[in-house]
Design a protein. Structure first.
Length: 134
C-alpha cells in the first residue's frame, strides 16, 4: 500500500513489519543562453544525483545543445560532480562552455592599455598624472 502527501511517500515493506520512507526534495534546474533562460522546479527523491535530476527535469529536451560530458554543472555557483546527491532547495546550474579564457582577455586588454598610454608601462596600473618620468 502506498500513501502520498506533499513531503513523504510511505510504502510498506515486503514483510509488513517495517516501513520505508522516501523523502522528497524540491530542486531547481537552470540553464540559459543570451536569448532564452529556463528555471525548472522539480520534486525528486532525496537520494537523486545531480545527473538524474537534470535528466528528470527535461531541460535537455528544451536545450539540445547541452551535453553533460562537456558542460560543467554546479549547485548555487559551486562546481559539483554529476554523481553528487541533491539536497532540498538546491539550484542545479548547467554551465555553458567559455568562449574565451578570462585570463587571456584580461591580459590582452592590459597590453592594449599600455600601448595606448592608458596604463603605466612598468606597473601595468593606471597612469599617475603627477608622476614625472626622467
Amino acid at each position: 500500500m502506498t500513501l502520498t502527501n506533499n513531503e513523504f511517500t510511505h510504502s510498506d515493506d515486503v514483510t509488513g513489519d517495517e516501513r520505508v520512507v522516501d523523502e522528497k526534495v524540491t530542486v531547481e534546474v537552470v540553464y540559459g543562453v543570451p536569448h532564452k533562460q529556463k528555471i525548472l522546479t522539480i520534486l525528486v527523491t532525496a537520494d537523486t544525483t545531480v545527473e538524474q535530476a537534470i535528466m528528470a527535469s527535461g531541460i535537455i529536451d528544451l536545450f539540445p545543445e547541452i551535453d553533460l560530458s562537456i558542460n560543467k554543472v554546479g549547485i548555487w555557483n559551486r562546481a559539483v560532480k554529476l554523481s553528487d546527491e541533491v539536497n532540498d532547495l538546491d539550484r542545479i546550474e548547467v554551465y555553458r562552455p567559455l568562449i574565451a579564457d578570462p585570463k587571456d582577455v584580461r591580459k590582452r586588454r592590459a597590453e592594449k592599455a599600455k600601448l595606448e598610454g592608458r596604463a603605466d608601462k612598468t606597473t601595468g596600473g593606471r597612469v599617475n598624472p603627477l608622476r614625472v618620468d626622467k
